[in-house]
Write a protein that binds this ligand. Structure first.
Ligand SMILES: C[S@@+](CC[C@H](N)C(=O)[O-])C[C@H]1O[C@@H](n2cnc3c(N)ncnc32)[C@H](O)[C@@H]1O
Length: 242
């Protein structure tokens, strides 16, 4: 039903759950996503406090807004933060949240666009983040190439993705969660039950962190590494543009 080779089906699916997306995330991840988001922010954005940053597949804007309101000092220079997503409903909620937060003192730019064809010039940004987004993109490699193109030399890409743990015991529990508990919980939090079935299968079918790290290296990124979170339920994969 939802197929990333037919991106329109994915866009519509995210549109149908945009209103309840934040609540659904909190329930289904037992709020662990906030911890993982902060790990990505600390790894990619906090060390250099970029002047210009891009959050791909931004959804309702959690990565950019959390960084700007909780990690960026009020004393520091304003950040130019691009937030890109192909789903207009998600961007609507991101805009609303931005206005309610203190982030508007920064320069926020919302872009409705495709993460595989970023409408920015070469070497435009200091850092790129993608949280829980790349596994939904038809060609993750194209997205990585585009991130590379828009990064300035020395800039970093950080991908946070839900992944399968390597340990067989954890992996068994994880599969059980995705196949049985997630669809049941999804029934309570979501109006669109099939969306949460897709969520589980998209995690199981996606490439491993090792393969993702290789994809970064194969596309010119240097110093590539991965950081498993909670035994590998989620992983941050990073690379630097030389
Ligand atoms: C699971 S949500 C993640 C949202 C957000 N990054 C977060 O941390 O909660 C995935 C997002 O990726 C977006 N997306 C999927 N494919 C995309 C593409 N090709 N280009 C831009 N956005 C895309 C969806 O619209 C959705 O908002």
């Amino acid at each position: 039903m939802y197929d990333k080779n037919h991106p329109e089906t994915i866009r519509k699916m995210f549109g149908s759950i945009a209103k309840e997306y934040d609540r659904g995330n909190a329930v289904l991840s037992f709020n662990l996503h906030k911890r993982w988001d902060n790990a990505l922010i600390k790894e990619i954005l906090v060390p250099k406090h970029p002047q210009v940053a891009l959050d791909l597949c931004c959804g309702t804007g959690d990565i950019g807004l959390t960084y700007l309101t909780q990690w960026r000092s009020t004393q520091s220079a304003p950040c130019h933060m691009y937030m890109l997503d192909f789903c207009p409903e998600m961007l609507l909620y991101a805009r609303q949240k931005a206005f309610q937060s203190g982030a508007v003192k920064h320069r926020l730019e919302f872009i409705q666009g495709d993460a595989q064809a970023i409408p920015l010039p070469d070497q435009a940004v200091d850092a790129v983040t993608v949280a829980y987004g790349i596994r939904n993109v038809k060609s993750p490699e194209k997205c990585i190439q585009e991130a590379y193109r828009v990064l300035k030399p020395g800039g970093r890409l950080g991908i946070l993705e839900l992944t399968k743990p390597k340990n067989w015991f954890l992996r068994l529990g994880h599969t059980l969660y995705l196949k049985t508990i997630l669809p049941i919980l999804g029934k309570f939090v979501a109006s669109n039950k099939d969306a949460y079935r897709y969520l589980g299968s998209s995690i199981q079918e996606f490439i491993s962190p090792d393969e993702m790290e290789k994809l970064l290296s194969a596309n010119q990124f240097k110093h590539c590494s991965q950081m498993p979170l909670m035994g590998g339920i989620a992983t941050i994969i990073t690379g630097t543009k030389a």
